[in-house]
Design a binder for this molecule. Structure first.
Ligand code: NAD
Length: 484
């Protein structure tokens, strides 16, 4: 049996680690028919602003599995990261990053039993990349969190815990501040926990996760977080167990999986044959698990561990031990791993890793959507953002005067904090204001009324963005300003 896999060597050190990995996997006996494909810097430079050419997309459509090196977005050639584009194009919503102690790799946490997995949401959040420069001086980005996206990733975390015999899922969040976005993520975690009574559940504020992870990392088992928090916390996790040279990852969707090292293209080491290929080799081990080649996965993993344990380490580790002279090259490390296929390390740190193979489990019962649950929705008013280089009290008086008989200006805030009616304080004036208008009693909200209000506002100061204030089941779906 042979498998088709798309191989994207990538940029910088990518081709070196990709070649090392390919040689190791080929030597493991698993027959892989690699379809080598392009993405990243050169593609951008040729004028393809996506960084991912059609042929590469078609290859992944065919193979459904990709192994990729790091990709760069060269400044001035494209706006979007080709990595993020690839993950999103194939809806690989689960970014899975294991962190566990590796034999032969010295860390500050030796012997503490680190063996946890960060499950990072991979599609939504600020990584949706929906940003606006609202004025010449103010940039805003939309943090997009959906119930469906949250359910998919948190369910993935619970299912992964079940598959690997893990006992706890922790949701890391920032719901104390971001009540509607991170709050939704946390609430979905709490709702789903009830469906998995055999797995302990906790939720922790993400800054506390960072603190706990450094203090006592062995307490974590499966940790799930939104995209940006997951990105940061998983890099922290890799630092606990040897650094980026060892951090593997898989991006899993319902149909496609893309495996890659966590590290980037490390341009200063490109072409020098010194970079550590372990991260990509261990990502390929995750790929073998995914393909169902569990025995081969364990053989390659053991060979990597046995190699490291025997002291064959690349420059990144040699620097830590102070023995730079004896550092092994990238290709030399791959040679040694190949020689060690069939060997096992003498120390085996207990780990539940390696059972994360196979297709994503069949979904359990899903909740009805908000529409199906017939949650009553209402429009309570509008927030109109305006650009105005003026005193907020003067702005408020001016906009109150043009609100007309059907609207009243409830307040103005800037960067979330109340400035009108005058609430005191010493806020910087950045010339960008949120003006909340509420329909006057007896004048229910209407689209024509809103359009008229926008026109009247715009006759005074340019509006730059507007949101409807919606309520769901009697609860406000928007925030009040600080200081109100
Ligand atoms: P980087 O991960 O490329 O390198 C940071 C440093 O980490 C390196 O200088 C090196 O000291 C160390 N390092 C990284 N990988 C290593 C390895 N395998 N062995 C030993 N040491 C290693 O991060 P960066 O310099 O911030 O980013 C460089 C480029 O990579 C940027 O263009 C960035 O956008 C891109 N990037 C791509 C991905 C991806 O493809 N998934 C991820 C991160 C960064």
């Amino acid at each position: 049996m042979s498998y088709k896999v798309t191989l994207i060597p990538g940029d910088g050190v990518g081709p070196e680690v990709a070649e090392a990995t390919r040689r190791v996997i080929d030597a493991s006996g698993v027959r892989i028919d690699w379809e080598v494909a392009e993405a990243g810097a050169e593609v951008f430079k040729r004028g393809d602003t996506s960084g991912v050419p059609r042929e590469t997309r078609d290859s992944i459509e065919r193979t459904r599995v990709a192994l990729k090196g790091p990709l760069e977005t060269p400044v001035g050639f494209g706006e979007k990261s080709a990595n993020v584009t690839l993950r999103k194009l194939f809806e690989t919503y689960a970014n899975v990053r294991p962190a566990r102690q590796i034999p032969g790799v010295p860390t500050r946490y030796d012997g503490e039993g680190i063996d946890f997995i960060v499950v990072r949401e991979n599609i939504e959040d600020l990584y949706a990349g929906v940003e606006y420069e609202n004025t010449r001086d103010v940039a805003v980005g939309l943090k997009i969190i959906t119930r469906r996206g949250s359910e998919k990733i948190i369910r993935y975390a619970f299912e992964l815990a079940e598959r690997e015999g893990r006992t706890k899922v922790s949701v890391g969040h920032k719901a104390n501040i971001l009540k509607h976005t991170e709050g939704l993520f946390k609430a979905v975690g709490e709702e789903l926990a009830a469906e998995y009574p055999g797995i302990a559940f906790e939720h922790l504020i993400i800054d506390n996760v960072a603190h706990q992870m450094v203090k006592n990392p062995a307490q974590f088992d499966v940790l799930v977080a939104t995209n940006l928090h997951g990105d940061i916390i998983s890099d922290l996790a890799s630092g606990l167990v040897g650094g980026l040279g060892f951090a593997a990852s898989g991006n899993y969707g319902d149909e496609v999986a893309i495996f890659e090292a966590v590290h980037g293209s490390a341009p200063k080491y490109a072409g020098k044959n010194v970079i550590n290929p372990t991260a990509l080799i261990l990502s390929a081990v995750m790929m073998l698990d995914h393909l169902g080649e569990k025995a081969a996965a364990r053989t390659v993993e053991d060979a990597v561990f046995a190699t490291l344990e025997a002291g064959a380490v690349t420059l990144d580790v040699a620097r830590q031990t102070g023995d730079v002279e004896s550092a092994t090259s990238t290709s030399g490390f791959a040679d040694k791993v190949i020689e060690n296929l069939g060997r096992t390390p003498s120390v085996r740190y207990p780990s539940k890793a390696g059972q994360r193979s196979g297709p994503v489990p069949a979904p359990r019962a899903r909740w009805a959507t908000g529409a199906a649950r017939q949650i009553e929705t209402a429009i309570h008013g509008v927030d109109i953002y305006v650009e105005a280089e003026m005193d907020p009290v003067a702005l408020g008086d001016m906009l109150s005067a043009i609100a007309g008989p059907d609207w009243w200006l409830e307040f103005i805030s800037t960067r979330g904090t109340l400035v009108y009616p005058n609430a005191g304080g010493r806020m910087d004036n950045v010339g960008w204001w949120r003006c909340r208008f509420i329909p006057v009693q007896g004048h229910p909200y209407s689209e024509a009324g809103f359009a008229g209000l926008l026109q009247r506002v715009n006759a005074k100061v340019p509006w730059v963005q507007a949101f409807k204030l919606r309520g769901y089941g009697g609860k406000a779906g928007y925030t009040a300003p600080q200081g109100a």
